[in-house]
Design a protein around this ligand. Structure first.
Ligand SMILES: [Zn+2]
Length: 133
């Protein structure tokens, strides 16, 4: 059985798209890390007292939590994007890993690291939902 594949043209296109997203995520993490280390220096020099100081200020704590969550999801995204990059190099990118069909462009444009077509994704989520009940 011949496996379906994206054309080289499309692979090149998505490689570029993924590279850009990767750069953005890495820049975000870099910026936040830099800001955090500047903030730490400005308070008293060491990180533990910085955390303590911040805990006294409610809104800042929320902001830090929010930032931590953002950092987390950006790191996750980087992992997924790196995986997608590997699939591009292997030539299997853009193919649903459940049914083997090509994932529509409309989906890949939004989620370039998607590994399943919408139908299979929904089927999986359906199964999960049923299990929970
Ligand atoms: Zn599928």
């Amino acid at each position: 059985m011949a496996r379906k594949k994206l054309s080289q043209e499309k692979l090149d296109y998505y490689e570029e798209l993924i590279r850009k997203e990767l750069e953005e995520s890495m820049k975000y993490i870099e910026n936040v890390s830099r800001e955090q280390s500047v903030g730490a220096r400005e308070s008293s020099g060491d990180l533990s007292s910085y955390a303590y100081h911040q805990a006294d200020q409610g809104s800042d704590t929320n902001l830090m939590e929010h930032t931590a969550k953002m950092m987390d999801s950006e790191r996750k995204k980087i992992r997924l994007l790196n995986d997608a990059m590997r699939r591009i190099q292997d030539g299997v990118f853009g193919v649903c890993d459940m049914c083997g069909e090509i994932i529509p462009d409309a989906r890949l444009e939004i989620i370039p690291y998607a590994t399943q077509c919408i139908e299979c994704k929904e089927k999986m989520e359906d199964k999960k939902r049923r299990k929970r009940r």
